[in-house]
Design a protein around this ligand. Structure first.
Ligand SMILES: CC(=O)SCCNC(=O)CCNC(=O)[C@H](O)C(C)(C)COP(=O)(O)OP(=O)(O)OC[C@H]1O[C@@H](n2cnc3c(N)ncnc32)[C@H](O)[C@@H]1OP(=O)(O)O
Ligand SMILES: CC(C)C(=O)C(=O)O
Length: 563
């Protein structure tokens, strides 16, 4: 591959920054988020959104708590123009939300843009022109000074148009498109002259939005560029320093985060990172990254699947199952050691919460492998652990416990895990918790009734304190046998009775518990028995604890007989 055709970014833009303190700062509060899904995201769609889809997206963004929303490029198409008119006419814009509209630096486009916002209560008109050398030379065919003049001419025209609307609350934003490939002294000069022209002040600030239109460098380079602008922009208190990273190198989120450290106050991006080429920076990831640091993102993600559903509908693009925070599989572990750690972590979390008298949803979160509590974004715990051939005993035990109330004895878990693995290995597919229950039932419960040794009838009595008798009719070797045994408990007496028909049984381990609380709850028993030289686990499930225990021994005996 001819890598010599490409030039490092350092040869193209040099940031005159010698000292930097941004790497040691922290992001301690949310920036002003500005979703551009309805403009930049929309212009990347094969089928742009119609009014109905745009409205659905707009309502979602409002419901999530965004306070400034870019709604379109009204001079680009009738659809975009009509949508802005729809917002103006329908009164869909809440009092605390400002809509922004986008335009190139051309008189005809500016006029159409200003016409579109008639009647909207608050607007931000966003003017852009590319400033980087290649764009100046190749696209616009203008020198540095000519591009500067073009921008000031357009900014003046916009100002005049706005002044023709006294009383309308119109503010301005300027984007030097491809900021990140523009000479810092030039872009600074352009931005400062726009600030002056629009006479920005602290109570009526201008937004200077500095895009990484095409991401070309490591995020520290972009952060240096932002730090340089932060330090040198004139009337700094009258400027809202905004960033607009794209994701060509896959580091859009890192660019935005480092830019915030370097002084940015506002971030433009799209939900789940839709947008031109590899997308705009993903606002969901950015905001939830903050959330995981204990910072309020000021945006509501409590039902992330509802957000995803609307975005997928409006963009007609499916979300990757591994997409940060919103992907279907991002809270799910299939592999054994991760499942084990998560299961232990969840149990530990529940205990810590109980010890402190806190609700689990309020207790500090520290569960291995899960950077966020899935419950906080409206996900269920059911999907956290899923079983395939790479799963281990910890995950399987967790699912049986949480979904079916079965707390398998620790020594039984490897046994069931081997059975699960055989099935998942040979089928190559995932097993649901219902599949696990079914496998548990057929493996450990059914043999009590299906095996070669069956109890036709039985009863047990305590003949004296600590002395029990077990009387039964057994179906064994195709005939019914009446037998009796005694011992210090009902199970010992059952083992003794089995011995009388030539089935020597040692009960090695035994455990039991109720599966739920309250009347009608089932009990489950687990017994590990050695029959001659074969050792097997069995289980019993009944509303009677005694019946469950008897069945568990019979199941183990039958499994041994069949092995
Ligand atoms: C980074 C971004 O996201 S920028 C936004 C990109 N979004 C879009 O382009 C979507 C909407 N755009 C459109 O619908 C159309 O491009 C329109 C309606 C705006 C303009 O359409 P047209 O007049 O047909 O022009 P066309 O699409 O070919 O654009 C190229 C022209 O715009 C000029 N131009 C490009 N950017 C700008 C700018 N910011 N300011 C002024 N002129 C510009 C080019 O120099 C070129 O001019 P030329 O024809 O004299 O060489
Ligand atoms: C804000 C602008 C001009 C933009 O969409 C970009 O540079 O990507």
């Amino acid at each position: 591959m001819p890598h010599h055709r490409y030039r490092p970014v350092h040869d193209r833009v040099a940031v005159p920054l010698t000292e930097r303190d941004w790497p040691s700062r922290r992001i301690e509060r949310a920036p002003l988020w500005v979703p551009v899904d309805l403009r930049d995201g929309n212009q990347a769609l094969a089928e742009p959104m119609d009014t109905a889809r745009k409205r659905r997206m707009f309502d979602l963004l409002v419901a999530m708590g965004f306070k400034e929303i870019e709604v379109g490029y009204p001079s680009a198409s009738q659809t975009d123009f009509d949508f802005v008119r729809h917002l103006a006419d329908s009164g869909a814009v809440p009092d605390d939300v400002t809509v922004s509209v986008f335009t190139a630096a051309r008189r005809d486009l500016i006029d159409r843009t200003v016409a579109s916002i008639e009647g909207l209560p608050r607007t931000l008109v966003h003017l852009y022109t590319a400033t980087a050398p290649t764009w100046r030379d190749v696209v616009l065919g203008r020198s540095r000074s000519e591009v500067h003049a073009l921008i000031l001419e357009a900014a003046t025209h916009l100002l005049r148009r706005a002044e023709e609307r006294p009383g309308a609350d119109i503010r301005f934003e300027f984007s030097p498109e491809v900021f990140n490939l523009t000479e810092p002294d030039f872009v600074l000069d352009v931005c400062n002259s726009v600030t002056e022209l629009w006479d920005a002040c602290a109570s009526r600030p201008v937004v200077h939005n500095l895009p990484a239109t095409v991401e070309v460098a490591t995020p520290n380079v972009y952060a240096d560029q932002i730090a340089y602008m932060d330090a040198h922009l004139a009337r700094r208190e009258a400027v809202i320093l905004s960033v607009h990273p794209h994701n060509d190198r896959g580091t859009g989120v890192a660019c935005a985060e480092l830019a915030l450290l370097a002084g940015a106050q506002r971030v433009e991006g799209c939900l789940f990172g839709n947008g031109e080429r590899t997308g705009n920076v993903d606002l969901v990831t950015l905001a939830l990254n903050l959330y995981t640091q204990g910072v309020n993102p000021m945006i509501d993600f409590s039902d992330i699947d509802a957000v995803r559903e609307v975005v997928e509908h409006c963009t007609r693009l499916p979300l990757h199952p591994r997409h940060p925070y919103g992907g279907e599989l991002v809270h799910t572990a299939f592999s054994g050691t991760h499942q084990d750690a998560i299961a232990k972590g969840m149990a530990h979390h529940a205990k810590q919460a109980a010890d402190r008298g806190l609700d689990v949803a309020d207790a500090p979160w520290a569960v291995p492998y899960l950077p966020i509590d899935p419950g906080d974004v409206g996900r269920t715990y059911e999907e956290v652990i899923r079983i395939n051939s790479q799963s281990g005993k910890g995950g399987i035990a967790h699912l049986l416990r949480t979904q079916h109330g079965l707390d398998l004895p620790r020594t039984m878990r490897p046994d069931f895990s081997r059975t699960v693995q055989q099935v998942s290995d040979s089928s190559g597919r995932e097993l649901s918790h219902k599949d696990l229950w079914e496998l548990f039932r057929t493996t450990y419960l059914s043999p009590a009734e299906d095996g070669p040794v069956r109890l036709v009838s039985w009863n047990t009595t305590e003949t004296a304190p600590g002395e029990h008798r077990f009387t039964c009719v057994l179906h064994v070797d195709e005939e019914e046998r009446h037998c009796q045994g005694s011992g210090n408990g009902p199970l010992a007496a059952l083992a003794d009775a089995l011995g009388t028909v030539g089935i020597p049984v040692d009960i090695l381990h035994y455990a039991e518990h109720a599966t739920t609380t309250g009347p009608g709850s089932h009990a489950v028993s687990y017994a590990e028995c050695r029959v001659r030289d074969v050792t097997c686990w069995g289980a019993g499930w009944d509303t009677s604890l005694l019946a469950a225990s008897v069945h568990s021994v019979m199941a183990a005996v039958n499994r041994a007989a069949m092995s």
